[in-house]
Design a protein around this ligand. Structure first.
Ligand code: FAD
Length: 292
């Protein structure tokens, strides 16, 4: 397949994905594009769809495991300035999907708007957080979403409401769709009180995460009633290892890719852990991590 000539400058082939994902492993994308604006995005989406190609948007790569074979389709990054803009208008923040979640949190707090501060320290982009309904401390991002602009496979866009996104615990019904931007409806609050709250949450998060580990992922969704961390600990799975991949021994809800880690080892460890948890507790641990 080849893209129309006008997109030649935009689409790269066999682009390594490992440097773009937190786990630092996995094969290349057959095609990769970083459109500069919505118009380019729309053209590349349409061309890929007409060719029957699978399309994925890559955010910060903190929740993706790429298989060794790579991804046989088009991977799109929305990191360009036009697709990662943050605009405040009254009590609303509109964020391009490629904006870093941390930037959106800091901007809203700095403007005295509350509602996103509990998400401080969650890695990745606004698009990645919205599609997976990222949450912390029992509060999710979906609760402050007002509307979302979606890109359709034919390259056209449409705006949907919070209700249409089907937000539930670490899930939406938007899987397979492209998020272009999101408008959050926030609450006016005192800036210094909000800033203090954000700093406190940030310190708490840092102390509950493996320090000095960069190649990590949070593979499981907390099941009802119990944090995955406690469940894994009680099943004796802290520190469990498969090849060069392990669950952290102090914070077992984090998976760590060591030097020679492979995607196959990650998948084997995840399956082993799920089997053990099911056997010992009857809980069917659901995956948060997206496998490409
Ligand atoms: C150290 C660490 C701590 C974490 N803590 C938390 C936590 O407290 N709470 C929590 O909920 N999660 C947490 N996570 C998981 C992860 O950070 C979140 O799921 C995050 O929101 C993913 O965003 P991302 O931009 O990195 O998405 P990516 O990893 O790039 O993508 C994840 C999925 O979203 C899709 N996607 C990304 N952008 C778009 C878009 N614009 N349109 C459509 N689909 C898109 C991708 O195709 C992929 O399927 C943590 C992960 C790590 C490594």
């Amino acid at each position: 397949m080849s893209f129309p000539e006008e997109l030649d400058h935009l689409v790269r082939t066999d682009e390594p994905l490992a440097p773009l994902v937190w786990l630092g492993i996995g094969g290349p994308a057959r095609y990769f594009a970083e459109p500069v604006d919505e118009q380019e995005l729309s053209k590349v989406y349409k061309a890929a769809d007409e060719a029957g190609m699978a399309i994925r948007i890559l955010g910060g790569g903190s929740n993706v495991l790429v298989r060794e074979a790579g991804f046989d389709g088009l991977v799109i990054s929305l990191a360009a300035a036009a697709t990662s803009e943050l605009v405040i208008d009254g009590n609303r923040l509109t964020a391009g999907a490629g904006a870093k979640l941390s930037h959106a949190v800091i901007k809203s707090v700095g403007a005295g708007l509350g509602g996103l501060e509990h998400l401080v320290g969650i890695p990745g982009t606004v698009g990645g957080a919205v599609i997976g309904n990222a949450s912390n401390g029992g509060r999710d991002i979906g609760s402050v979403v007002e509307s979302i602009t979606i890109i359709e496979s034919d390259g056209s866009t449409r705006v949907i409401s919070q209700e249409d996104a089907g937000f539930s615990h670490r899930k939406t019904t938007l899987v397979g769709m492209g998020i272009l931007k999101t408008t959050f409806l926030l609450e006016p609050r005192d800036v210094s009180a909000l800033t203090k709250r954000m700093q406190k949450l940030w310190i708490g998060r840092n102390s509950s995460r493996p320090s000095e580990q960069r190649r990590i992922a949070m593979p499981f969704v907390d099941p009802d009633g119990m944090p995955a961390k406690d469940l894994l600990q009680s099943c004796g799975l802290a520190g469990v290892r498969e090849g060069d991949v392990s669950l952290d021994s102090a914070h077992p809800h984090y998976l760590i890719a060591h030097n020679e880690a492979t995607s196959d080892q990650c998948l084997r460890l995840i399956e082993r852990v799920r089997e053990q948890v099911l056997l010992q507790t009857g809980v069917d641990l659901q995956l948060n991590l997206q496998i490409w």
